[in-house]
Design a protein around this ligand. Structure first.
Ligand code: FAQ
Length: 323
């Protein structure tokens, strides 16, 4: 259960002391006083992030049985397991804010919680697995390397470990892409098709444009976010364009141009209608993803029951020993 919090106004002296700690770039820890809105923003962000990692296992999990070689299968299984670990790690981080994991998972399963839009697209070919590692993990690294400097200690520390693993994920993805891009004409066409389908959804991962992002200003002020959505998106584009050139793949954006003055690759318009449809539950795979998570949750009921029964037994035997 979430801890009950009273709606009494916050002590201005405590708020001022908190703001001073943020200004001094101190790390905020679970037992430190924090404004209720700061706590709620972090629960929102961390729970959405944890859900994304867990739902994010599904598109790639779809290809484990069809990986083209034992070596590819081993790497893919390891990657998908890592994503599960990231989810559990971030749920633990969220729990330090006084929220119960079961409650957060309930919000995912009843459709009231958000998770990253990117995981509502289908994985149609083996090349998608390479492109997800390259684009999706690449985007996650750009976002999460900065979150490793977030003001909330448990979240920042979680990101350090997560980013190390994401680096391996990105490399395994880019290696698949490079292999296919240097392969037969059919393999080249397959990987170009995957690039064409995943490019724009990957740019949407960074969230709405800064002018339409209701949470950014507050999160930047509290040093949870250290860069805005548009700044991170631009960094991802700048890093990715040369990587595409290196393997002779074309990004599906005729408006992409290099601005020598700003040294940015300027990109075309993002289809925000598509983004809004996906985050409202109307993307190509939203229903399928939630159904898969609900099924897994129901089928895991016996594990939770067994764990609870075991914990109760342990408590009873400890109590009788102490008596
Ligand atoms: N999808 O005001 P903002 C990964 C929502 S992990 C869905 O700009 P904020 C690893 C947003 O929540 C990927 N919803 O929000 C992996 C808000 O809704 P709310 C996940 C989105 O928080 C790889 C509303 O729109 N990473 O990929 C999205 O300031 C491969 C307004 O937006 C994280 O979660 C979206 N793309 O900025 C796993 C990182 N964008 O809550 C498996 C942590 C925005 O008010 C395989 N999170 N929304 O109802 C963040 O950095 C931020 O929360 C942002 C959004 C940047 C996602």
């Amino acid at each position: 259960m979430t801890q009950t919090r009273t709606a009494t106004p916050e002590d201005p002296a405590k708020v001022a002391a908190f703001e001073a700690r943020i200004a001094a770039v101190e790390s905020i820890e679970p037992n430190d006083w924090m404004p209720e809105k700061y706590r709620r923003q972090l629960v929102r962000m961390m729970s959405q992030h944890a859900h994304s990692e867990i739902v994010g296992m599904l598109p790639e999990g779809n290809w484990i049985t069809r990986a083209p070689s034992l070596r590819r299968k081993i790497s893919l299984i390891a990657k998908v397991q890592d994503e599960a670990g990231h989810g559990l790690y971030i749920y633990c981080g969220a729990e330090t804010l006084g929220v119960d994991r079961a409650e957060l998972i309930g919000q995912l399963l009843d459709g009231t919680a958000k998770y990253s839009s990117i995981f509502n697209y289908p994985t149609l070919s083996w090349a998608d697995i390479g492109v997800i590692g390259w684009f999706v993990d690449g985007a996650a690294i750009v976002n999460q390397t900065i979150l490793a400097k977030a003001s909330y200690g448990p979240y920042a520390r979680a990101m350090i470990r997560v980013c190390k693993e994401e680096n391996f994920h990105k490399r395994q993805g880019y290696e698949i892409v490079a292999t296919l891009a240097n392969g037969t004409p059919a393999q080249k066409a397959m990987v170009q098709d995957a690039v064409d389908r995943w490019w724009w959804p990957s740019l949407m991962m960074f969230g709405p444009s800064d002018t339409d992002s209701p949470n950014t200003a507050e999160l930047i002020r509290w040093k949870v976010k250290r860069k805005t959505n548009d700044e991170l998106r631009q960094r991802f584009v700048n890093l990715t364009v040369p990587q595409a050139m290196a393997v002779n793949l074309t990004l599906p954006d005729p408006d992409m141009t290099f601005n020598a003055e700003t040294e940015n690759w300027e990109f075309g318009a993002i289809d925000w209608d598509e983004f809004n449809q996906v985050i409202r539950g109307n993307g190509p795979c939203n229903r399928e993803r939630l159904e898969a998570r609900r099924k897994a949750h129901d089928e895991g009921a016996w594990v939770r029951e067994a764990a609870n029964a075991y914990a109760a037994k342990q408590r009873a035997s400890q109590a009788s020993e102490a008596a």
